[in-house]
Design a protein around this ligand. Structure first.
Ligand code: UDP
Ligand code: MG
Length: 162
């Protein structure tokens, strides 16, 4: 079953996005801080797992970057240790999550953003977030099976959306 078929029927402008704390973020003990930012913003966690991905899996995940000089090293690094993989849901979350992340290069990321507050180097920028709705759909389905999603309604929901 695909991503859209799992969405609640009543939420036409709701989106889901794939967020992962990268091995550097996990090693630096930043999973809690990153989860906290999405939680306190009001987004809803619908799936999560702590995994060490294979290099092959990371090559699929970053397929659109296959011609970049950093592709091989990136895939090797991303599979070198555990990542905390998550799917978050909310209104316009794909764009809002990218804003919360900051720029790809932490040096260009504003203070207040995750990368602008918590890291320094482009190759160790601690977090992944889908960049478009189409890529979110592909990434969610690459990382999670239908049975890994939890169907729940946070009690805060009625106070987050009018
Ligand atoms: N990356 C890198 N060197 C670069 C550009 C990117 O090591 O010059 C890494 C970095 O970890 C980045 C990832 O490749 O997060 C994916 O690149 P993308 O352009 O998709 O950036 P993102 O979507 O993560 O902001
Ligand atoms: Mg990207």
């Amino acid at each position: 079953m695909g991503f859209y078929s799992r969405m609640p029927a009543s939420s036409a402008d709701m989106e889901r996005t794939f967020i992962a704390v990268k091995p550097d973020g996990v090693q630096r003990g930043l999973c809690g801080e990153i989860i906290k930012r999405f939680e306190t913003r009001g987004f809803k966690l619908v799936a999560a797992k702590f995994v060490q991905a294979s290099e092959d899996h990371m090559k699929k995940h970053y397929l659109d970057l296959k011609d970049m000089p950093f592709y091989a090293g990136l895939c090797k690094y991303m599979s070198s240790g555990p990542v905390f993989a998550m799917v978050w849901e909310g209104q316009s979350i794909v764009k809002l999550a990218r804003m919360m992340l900051g720029e790809t290069n932490p040096a260009d990321s504003k203070p207040g953003s995750i990368r602008g507050d918590l890291c320094i180097n482009i190759g160790r920028n601690i977090i992944h977030g889908s960049d478009t709705l189409d890529n979110a759909k592909m990434e969610v389905d690459l990382w999670f099976k239908a049975e890994e999603f939890v169907n729940w309604t946070p009690c805060s929901q009625a106070f987050l959306y009018e």
